[in-house]
Design a protein around this ligand. Structure first.
Ligand SMILES: NC(=O)C1=CN([C@@H]2O[C@H](COP(=O)(O)OP(=O)(O)OC[C@H]3O[C@@H](n4cnc5c(N)ncnc54)[C@H](OP(=O)(O)O)[C@@H]3O)[C@@H](O)[C@H]2O)C=CC1
Ligand SMILES: C=C(O[C@H]1[C@H](O)[C@@H](CO)O[C@H](OP(=O)(O)OP(=O)(O)OC[C@H]2O[C@@H](n3ccc(=O)[nH]c3=O)[C@H](O)[C@@H]2O)[C@@H]1NC(C)=O)C(=O)O
Length: 332
């Protein structure tokens, strides 16, 4: 088992400016103990006290060096500029429902996105802050009789996270409901991008590759009227409760479904006999094999090791290399 810990290479690209592709050994990771220079932003930066385990659905992760919350795009611009001036790495965190932090924490500034504006532009057209809970917006829009985001009920992320990942379920996906997206760049410039300028795919968006992206700040959705939106949503939600371990600490699907195979990652994991497989406090759910549960104070190494074991076992049995949907956030 220990060999997995040292050899396991996380294949996903690092988040902007801050990850490397390999899991680094704990001993080689050292945090800069310098305080930032006099903070010109007027923001309260919390130093080394905020535990990332409190900010993620998995409940895993050590402290971040700096932590700050932003409530509107102007604040976000100020914080991003400040981090750049201080040469401090930063990342934008939504609801932490799709990421795995390390027990070492994060050597940089975690910016918690609390941009929760909600504007009704016209019938079925809403401009929504990227920190707005995706679940809440999906339920509200279906209750108002609009179709497009019924699947969002029960999804624990933010609107920004959903656009970034092109979240989807039940044959729907976020991109199909988007009209335009507002972003800010690393230089603090605001831009508005129209949907037609953007190419999305299964769990992929152009933002994942955008080098100068600091953050998505707002998404404008254009939804279609439908008499059955609410009913559909109830059905989707009931199905979610039936098939997914929603009451437990997970990050949703750990792996993407293999493309063009007509078979899901969950099915391959179940057929490899891995349901219930446990490493420390991390376990493959008995209810849904592509959900890994923090069932007993799992460490990041428990979870990484479990991911590695499952990948190896599925590869050996089916010759399929599963690809992670979740993002591992490298500590330094
Ligand atoms: N279908 C389902 O049942 C489930 C779906 N999900 C989906 O996972 C996603 C997670 O959302 P959330 O919990 O908020 O995300 P997280 O807080 O987990 O953030 C994950 C990554 O997304 C990127 N990100 C998040 N918000 C923004 C933003 N405003 N601008 C730019 N990048 C951003 C960042 O990537 P980087 O570090 O590279 O900047 C971040 O590291 C959603 O799409 C959610 O719908 C999650 C669980 C279950
Ligand atoms: C949870 C997420 O999204 C989910 C989304 O909620 C659901 C519902 O539409 O469809 C995808 O899961 P999924 O492909 O596993 O969908 P499911 O319908 O649950 O299962 C697909 C197939 O796998 C089988 N299955 C499922 C679970 C299991 O333990 N064993 C198994 O064999 C099912 O019987 C079914 O035949 C999304 N995941 C991905 C990676 O595409 C997420 O992205 O985090």
């Amino acid at each position: 088992m220990a060999s997995h810990m040292t050899n396991y290479q996380f294949p996903l690209k690092p988040p902007r400016k801050l990850r490397s592709c390999h899991v680094q050994s704990r001993s080689s990771c050292s945090f800069n103990k310098q305080e930032p220079a006099q903070n010109s932003t007027g923001f309260q930066f919390i130093r080394r006290k905020k535990l990332l385990s409190d900010l993620t659905t998995w409940g895993i992760g050590g402290p971040c060096n700096y932590f700050v919350q932003v409530f509107d795009p102007t604040q976000l611009v100020s914080v991003v500029r400040y981090c750049n001036e201080q040469s401090m790495r930063f990342m934008i965190l939504g609801k932490g429902s799709n990421c795995l932090f390390d027990d070492m924490g994060f050597d940089g500034c975690v910016i918690l996105n609390r941009i929760e504006l909600l504007e009704k532009i016209e019938s079925g057209v809403y401009r929504v802050g990227s920190g707005y809970p995706f679940n809440r917006f999906g339920v509200m829009s279906a209750n108002e009789g609009f179709s497009g985001l019924e699947f969002a009920a029960g999804v624990p992320g933010t609107v920004g996270g959903a656009a970034y990942m092109n979240a989807g379920a039940n044959g729907q996906e976020t991109a199909a409901a988007i009209d335009s997206i507002e972003i800010i760049t690393n230089e603090g410039e605001s831009k508005m991008l129209k949907r037609r300028e953007l190419t999305f795919g299964y769990r992929s968006s152009p933002f994942q590759e955008m080098k100068d992206l600091a953050s998505i700040t707002a998404v404008t959705f254009r939804l279609k009227f439908s008499k059955t939106a609410r009913e559909m949503q109830q059905e989707y939600l009931a199905r979610r409760w039936r098939t997914q371990p929603l009451g437990q600490r997970s990050a949703g699907s750990v792996f993407r479904n293999p493309s063009s195979m007509g078979v899901s990652a969950a099915e391959l994991i179940e057929k490899s006999g891995l349901k219930g497989l446990r490493v420390g406090g991390a376990m493959v759910s008995n209810k849904h094999a592509n959900f890994f549960i923090n069932c007993d104070s799992a460490t990041s190494q428990d979870m990484l090791e479990l991911i590695g074991l499952v990948k190896d076992a599925v590869n050996q049995k089916f010759g399929v290399e599963l690809k992670e949907e979740i993002l591992y956030i490298h500590p330094s």
